[in-house]
Every structure is written in structure tokens, then in C-alpha cells.
Design a protein. Structure first.
Length: 268
């Protein structure tokens, strides 16, 4: 993902342009980019990056990594992302960690991946926390440690990472490395579901239907099953139809009305 301070252009690609020094070059670079003159944009931005502008370094790294307006070039992507990461840019550190973890475009290096991910995670980068938790959970690049995995999942969830929220729900439902706690499972599934996580929505429907971790509520079960079904979860679709048929006519009407309300809020 790109930075938070962003401007939309053409094909909805985004680029971060904080209004610091060199504002003229930044704005001229943006105008060139919007017009499709990427060479001119790079002419404005490259000197800024070479002069040590961390945000521009990061964005050039993203451009070359994703092929946004330039020919995809992983070596240049690594160059600019590394320069930004060395200046403590958490997004650049996460991107590098992810690249070295996947090992698709560059040689896998789990030691280097863990190092960059940890730097970003310690800055409360939610996605980096999640990746680090996965390393501990699966014993990949680090010794397997369920306690540390749980700690980093919590930190990721606290920093708005949806995958961390879902995993916390699953871990507590299954009792995976912790005591089984359906109330805690419900709490985290609910948080992830409200952010659009399809599997969390389906699991939340199941907990409502069975009265696990919460009071049984088949109307709410239908609503969450139906939301997940709308996002192509086949089991949730079957469960939604089954649950609906278990409701009274009055409850069916209430369930449909509540579904329409929730659909506007929680379908991303």
C-alpha cells in the first residue's frame, strides 16, 4: 500500500506528495505523471530522491516494483525502497520484508525479511506485525513460538490489521496455542467482519447461530451469513438459506431489513 497523504490520478494509481521543501518539483512531477509523461515526472522526482527525500524514495520504489508508469524493475525498486527503509520508513521496511519473504522476484532471504519486518512492526505497522506473527506461528525464519505469535497478532490487530483480527478469532475458537475462548473468538471475528473480512463474517454467523461466545441470535446469524454469501462464500450462502428458513415470517422481515442496513456498512 502507498502512503496516507495521496492524490488520485488517471487509472486511480496513487502517489504520496507531502508538502515539504521542493514543493515546485513535487507538483511539477505530479502534473507530468497525471499527463502520462512519466519520464518527465522521474526527471523531477529522481533528484529529490537522490537528495535524501524519504517519501519520494519510497514512492519511486513502489513505482518500479509495481510497474506504475515505468517499466517494472525490481533492482531499482529494491534500491529506492532500501534507501527509504534505511531512513526508518516503516512502509518501505515492510515492502522489503514482504519481497524477501515471498522470494518471487528476488531470492528469498528470511533473515533479511525478518529484520526489515521487525523494524516496521516495532513502529506499529499493522501488516508487518501480522507477517512477523506468521513467522513465529509457522516457524518460518524464526523458531516456532505460539506465545510470540499471539503477541504480534494482538499488536497487528491493535494497529488495524484485519488478517491479525481474523487469526485471533480463529486461534481462540480452536484453542490453538491458547485456552479455548469463544467469547474472545467472537470479539475478534466481529471486529474483522465489520471491516469486510468474508471468512470472519461467515464464522460470526456460525457463532450467532450456535450461541457460541454470544447469545444465540438466528437473525444476526442470517445477516452475517448473507453478507459473506454476497462475497462469494458458498458455504455461507447455504447457511444463510438454511437459517432463513428457520425464522418466523416476522423474523424473516426483520432479518432482511437488518441485512440491507448492514450491507451498506460492511460490504467493502
Amino acid at each position: 500500500m502507498l502512503k496516507n497523504s495521496i492524490i488520485t490520478f488517471l487509472t486511480c494509481a496513487l502517489i504520496y506528495l507531502p508538502l515539504l521543501c521542493f514543493a515546485g518539483d513535487r507538483e511539477d512531477g505530479l502534473e507530468a505523471f497525471k499527463k502520462g509523461d512519466y519520464k518527465l515526472a522521474l526527471r523531477f522526482w529522481t533528484p529529490l530522491a537522490e537528495s535524501g527525500d524519504r517519501e519520494i524514495q519510497y514512492n519511486l520504489g513502489v513505482m518500479y516494483n509495481d510497474g506504475r508508469g515505468v517499466e517494472k524493475n525490481i533492482e531499482l525498486a529494491i534500491k529506492w525502497l532500501t534507501m527509504a527503509a534505511q531512513q526508518d520508513d516503516a512502509d518501505a521496511q515492510f515492502r522489503l520484508g514482504k519481497l524477501y519473504t515471498n522470494g518471487k522476484e528476488i531470492k528469498e532471504d528470511l533473515n533479511l525479511a525478518e529484520s526489515w519486518l521487525r523494524k516496521a512492526a516495532l513502529k506499529n505497522h499493522g501488516a508487518a506485525c501480522y507477517y512477523l506473527a506468521q513467522f513465529y506461528s509457522h516457524g518460518r525464519g524464526l523458531k516456532k513460538d505460539d506465545t510470540l505469535a499471539l503477541r504480534w497478532y494482538y499488536r497487528g490487530a491493535e494497529n488495524n490489521n484485519i488478517s491479525s483480527m481474523y487469526n485471533l478469532g480463529y486461534i481462540h475458537e480452536m484453542g490453538q496455542g491458547v485456552d479455548k475462548n469463544l467469547g474472545e473468538a467472537f470479539r475478534w471475528y466481529d471486529k474483522a467482519a465489520r471491516k469486510g473480512a468474508v471468512d470472519a463474517q461467515a464464522n460470526l454467523g456460525r457463532l450467532y447461530f450456535n450461541g457460541q461466545g454470544t447469545k444465540q441470535d438466528k437473525i444476526m446469524a442470517y445477516v452475517w451469513f448473507k453478507l459473506a454469501a454476497m462475497q462469494n462464500n458458498e458455504n455461507a450462502d447455504k447457511n444463510a438459506r438454511f437459517t432463513f428458513n428457520k425464522l418466523t415470517k416476522s423474523d424473516q422481515q426483520q432479518a432482511v431489513a437488518l441485512f440491507e442496513e448492514y450491507k451498506k456498512k460492511f460490504i467493502k
